[in-house]
Design a protein around this ligand. Structure first.
Ligand code: CA
Length: 569
């Protein structure tokens, strides 16, 4: 009944707009038969001059019957698929730019709206199924879902980060696209359903996590609840952290004779990676009460690979003499320590964030249990594991010449970046960095934000997010009062947004909805994972609200694979 009344109102509102008037329905004959298919067609015929952001072109509006499209094994319900572009323009180099979006509007609407965050440097338009944040896509749960392209089309660019040669495209990737497409979506939702959403959510990881933080800082009224996973809010700084890791490993290896690219994957053989991990786990795994391959109590982990000796054999991790399968060379250990320490200047000091100076420094990567996990940690993205997976220079460091130098220097070799002489060349006040800790607008209107971050993330270092949260807490009366609107969950051993020997499957969308709509602030979030290196390879456990961590209690038959044997302390 509720749904029917909403759809009727929507048709009247849409009809009045199509007729060029802002008057209400007025009791006249409804020109549109059921069901939603025709209402969807009307969206495509709207006089877009009334939209809040101009120019707006609707390029597609199509009724999609249930079962026509799927995400994985989940069929999508009856819905209206809308695509369009906001602020289309010709930019630097004659390249066509614009904020493209897709909005999917389910006929059986639950009254909620979800922004599905993007990934990488964007540049394409993902299907708005709402796959971020829950096992069941949000569209299938009845959410209206928005995706957007970050303001540029990769297909029109010479390389992914080349959009940054256009100043407006930097702004659109930073915040313009998510701003304009959110406002446009709320307008279209009002046209279609006859009212604004009851609740709006921004859910995403990586770039999507950054976008949630951008809303909380710049557009605090747009979304009631935000999930910001493994956020690249300090993207320029992250790039320096990654580049430092690449430089450290490149110094250990030769170059491909054809491409000239360093053969990163040769820096640590699989045996060497496992050797390092076994030393790290021996030192720190049991500090949380259980030797299970997961370092929950990272704060207590003081590990120095240069001085560590295995407990049972007294064998030093760092070779005293020639390299063997049982030790790492001094150069290898030096590279590991450099990755951990983060970029340093010639005086050995951490590098201040050159992009939006905020008193913080560019971090390295913590000695978490997944530091050298081949499916999450440093090898997976920065080193690579074989010629077919040669590390991620193309993904991150290559952003430096285009996105992070001011002015851009496309010919700059990022592997030569110098943490003294080149820092003044970095883009101060970049519109693509969002490290403001002033969330007063968001907090004061009752907004809630959940941050989460994989401790073994080889992209954005977890320390950037942790430092941000600690700073936020210090500005808001401490952790306890900050938890009234912002909570952080750290996920041991997890890589960038997923992966690793970790409990990387969880439902932050459900957690944020319960917090916003029912006032149930999450103390724990149920999580599971199936990639553990040792039996049981499938495990569940609670993710704990920061600064608590999971401790093994063993109170339920001692099964380490079930969440009820852990408590948060
Ligand atoms: Ca452990």
């Amino acid at each position: 009944m509720r749904r029917g009344s909403i759809v009727t109102v929507g048709r009247c509102f849409a009809a009045s707009l199509a007729l060029g008037t802002l008057a209400g329905c007025g009791g006249g004959a409804d020109p549109f038969p059921d069901p939603g298919a025709v209402s969807c067609a009307v969206i495509g015929q709207l006089a877009t001059g009334t939209a809040p952001v101009q120019p707006l072109q609707i390029t597609l509006s199509k009724f999609v019957p249930a079962g026509t499209v799927s995400s994985g094994t989940t069929a999508m319900p009856d819905h209206c698929q809308v695509q369009g572009v906001v602020s289309s323009r010709t930019g630097v180099g004659g390249i066509q730019y614009g904020n493209k979006f897709e909005l999917r509007l389910p006929v059986a609407w639950n009254g909620r709206f979800m922004f599905q965050g993007g990934g990488g440097t964007e540049g394409s338009l993902p299907s708005a199924f709402g796959t971020a944040g829950s096992a069941v896509p949000a569209l299938a749960q009845g959410y209206a879902v928005l995706t957007q392209n970050g303001g540029h089309d990769n297909a029109l660019l010479s390389s992914g980060p080349a959009f940054a040669l256009d100043p407006q495209a930097q702004i659109d990737y930073g915040y313009g696209s998510i701003d304009t497409t959110t406002r446009t979506s709320k307008y279209l939702i009002t046209m279609f359903y006859g009212r604004l959403p009851s609740y709006s959510y921004s859910v995403g990881c990586s770039t999507g996590g950054k976008q949630g933080m951008t809303f909380s800082q710049m557009f605090p009224t747009y979304y009631d609840g935000i999930v910001a996973g493994d956020p690249i809010f300090n993207q320029g700084a992250n790039t320096l952290s990654e580049t430092n890791a690449l430089q450290a490993t490149a110094a250990l290896v030769g170059k491909d004779p054809v491409t000239g690219a360093p053969l990163y994957y040769q820096s640590f053989s699989t045996v060497d990676q496992q050797l390092f991990t076994s030393a790290l786990l021996e030192a720190c795994d049991a500090l949380d009460g259980l030797a299970d391959g997961v370092i929950d109590n990272l704060a207590a982990c003081t590990f120095d690979p240069a001085t560590y000796a295995f407990k049972t054999t007294s064998q030093p991790l760092q070779c005293a003499g020639a390299k063997t399968a049982s030790c790492l060379t001094t150069a290898q250990v030096g590279a590991i320590k450099r990755i951990n320490a983060g970029p340093r200047n010639a005086a050995g000091q951490p590098v201040a964030n050159p992009f939006k100076p905020d008193g913080t420094t560019v971090a390295g990567y913590a000695y978490d249990g997944g530091f050298m996990s081949t499916n999450s940690g440093i090898p997976a993205r920065d080193i690579g594991t074989a010629t077919s997976a040669p590390g991620n220079l193309a993904f991150a460091a290559v952003q430096i010449p285009y996105m992070w130098m001011s002015p851009p220097v496309p010919t700059f070799d990022p592997l030569t970046v110098n943490y003294d002489s080149d820092m003044a060349r970095m883009a101060a006040n970049s519109p693509m960095v969002f490290n403001s800790t002033d969330l007063s607008g968001f907090k004061n209107r009752g907004g809630k934000i959940i941050f989460y971050h994989g401790l073994s993330d080889p992209g954005p270092p977890v320390l950037h997010t942790q430092n941000y949260y600690n700073k936020l807490a210090s500005l808001n009366g401490g952790v306890a009062t900050t938890q009234n609107f912002a909570r952080l969950f750290l996920i041991p051993n997890m890589g960038h947004c997923s992966g690793g020997p970790a409990t990387d499957t969880f439902d932050p969308l459900e957690a944020i909805v319960n917090w916003v709509e029912k006032g149930l602030a999450p103390e724990t979030i149920a999580a599971s994972g199936k990639n553990f290196a040792t039996a049981p390879t499938t495990r569940s456990r609670p993710l704990c609200v920061f600064p608590k961590t999971a401790r093994y209690t063993g109170s339920v038959g001692g099964d380490i694979s079930i969440a009820s044997n852990y408590s948060c302390r």
